[in-house]
Design a binder for this molecule. Structure first.
Ligand SMILES: [Ca+2]
Ligand SMILES: [Ca+2]
Ligand SMILES: [Ca+2]
Ligand SMILES: [Ca+2]
Length: 355
């Protein structure tokens, strides 16, 4: 996080000199706690699975091993066109293979994964395989069943969408689930050998890129906001009008202005948090950009103020009391870091600032 701020300062100095009340999304800041991806359609040549991790070939309908020319698992990685038995790997009934991608399959718009199978000509019984994906090669999630019905002369294709919550997948398992009984009345049944995998193809790939969040404005401390209301003594900051000094502050029985000036007697965490909360709210209204963790802390603090009065948090004792205090102080700390410019767009460089 510290590094992020340094980047911000360096950039702001180069482009803007002293950043005095910048307005509008002026530039972006890198959020190092997040991972972002750039997703693009795969290019010819690099879209196929690159490696066979494991496999177990099943048998033919008659219980004999699958023909040797159809038993090379690597033949199931890349697409090869034409009717050639060395273009595919026949899984055999109940057989399976796990393949790995050098570059993960990314979850783009619509389907992300295309499986090609070979079935020469129509009128052949149903061959099918369950398609599962994994990020770590251990935990797999099923995407559904591929089969040999979508035929284009020699090759059949089935396409799948990655689970909505997945950014990417690195491993694909293809498990034959063809039913022997579907072949009982087929004349060439003895040599039937299940799903014939030609290729496992990613439709999207991607790369990690820095997560950039727009940064604009600047923040001021609670000390500044205390003294720049309509009540003075420092010059009036009109941002106050967007809340109103006399507006009720939640269940406190006091106005925003009164709460901001109320001393946290006995270290009452209600006021410690409220001071940072009000300053943060004014900074946001003053159009300072807000990092996600600050937004989150602000929303959690809102919940606390909606459910508590200052009396609820005064004189907290014991282990339970100290846990509650820790929670309030922790949120106050995040909002203070924001107000003081340690996180977020940085502190305003304002000449009459007295906080
Ligand atoms: Ca998708
Ligand atoms: Ca086939
Ligand atoms: Ca077959
Ligand atoms: Ca192939």
């Amino acid at each position: 996080m510290k590094k992020t701020i340094n980047i911000f300062l360096a950039i702001s100095i180069v482009f803007f000199g002293v950043p005095v009340f910048l307005s509008g999304p002026a530039f972006a800041q890198v959020d190092e706690e997040k991972v972002c991806y750039e997703i693009y359609e795969t290019e010819e040549g690099d879209q196929y699975a690159s490696n066979v991790v494991a496999y177990e070939q099943g048998l033919q309908y008659n219980g004999q091993p699958v023909k040797a020319v159809r038993s090379v698992p690597e033949q199931g990685l890349k697409f090869e066109a034409g009717n050639n038995e060395s273009n595919f790997f026949s899984l055999g009934f109940g057989g399976w293979i796990v393949v790995e991608f050098d570059y993960p399959i990314f979850n783009g718009t619509g389907t992300d994964l295309k499986i090609t199978e070979d079935t020469w000509g129509g009128g052949y019984p149903l061959e099918k395989a369950e398609i599962l994906v994994s990020q770590n090669g251990i935990d797999f999630e099923s995407l559904g069943i591929a089969d040999n019905t979508n035929l284009s002369i020699i090759h059949t294709t089935s396409e799948f969408d990655l689970p909505a919550s997945w950014e990417w997948a690195k491993y694909v398992k293809i498990l034959d689930v063809s039913e022997k009984s579907d072949f009982d009345s087929y004349s060439g049944r003895n040599a039937a050998d299940g799903y014939d995998l030609n290729a496992v193809e990613a439709l999207y790939s991607g790369a990690e890129v820095p997560c950039e969040v727009p940064v604009y404005g600047c923040t001021l401390t609670q000390g500044y906001w205390k003294t720049h209301s309509v009540n003075g003594p420092a010059p009036y900051d009109e941002t106050w009008a967007e809340i109103g000094e006399d507006e009720d502050f939640f269940l406190s029985g006091k106005s925003y202005y009164e709460v901001l000036w109320a001393a946290p007697k006995g270290g009452n965490v209600y006021y410690i948090l409220a001071h940072q909360y009000i300053a943060a709210e004014l900074n946001m209204l003053n159009e300072a950009s807000v990092p996600d963790d600050v937004k989150e802390a602000f929303n959690e603090a809102t919940d606390l103020f909606e459910g508590n009065t200052p009396d609820d948090t005064s004189g907290l004792k014991g282990k339970n009391g100290s846990n509650i205090k820790k929670e309030w102080n922790n949120l106050a700390g995040i909002l203070a870091d924001y107000n003081e410019g340690l996180i977020g767009p940085g502190h305003c460089d304002k000449e009459d600032y007295k906080g």
